[in-house]
Write a protein that binds this ligand. Sequence first.
Ligand code: 5GP
Ligand code: ZN
Length: 112
Amino acid sequence: MKDNNCIFCKIIAGEIPAAKVYEDDKMLVFRDIEPKAKVHLLAVPKSHFKLLSEADGEIMSYMFGRIPQIAAQNGCDGGYRLVINQGDDAGQTVFHLHIHILGGEKLPIDII
Ligand code: 5GP
Ligand code: ZN
């Protein structure tokens, strides 16, 4: 389901450009516009969920299952960090559930 006010829904719909690195019928992975590491990707479900509490386990399991290969194919062979910011206390700014994939270098502990 698309949310017309959501920037990630617009990227998924092709209404806003993004540097896509992986796409299938359930998920899209694209480069963060303000990268916090040499490699900084965002993995999003194609369905709009604001928060983890709204998403079903099936889509999360699917995305986590695909991420290792996507990370390896995008310069994260030395390791990577996954981050999901939830809500205001975590500093979430885009309310379409997304998994940050950070890597491509030795990561500082407080990167995001
Ligand atoms: P959050 O703070 O919600 O966990 O992460 C949102 C992320 O989305 C930020 O790292 C921010 O740089 C990224 N972002 C925001 N708007 C856009 C956009 O229009 N395109 C892309 N590629 N990334 C975006
Ligand atoms: Zn959305």
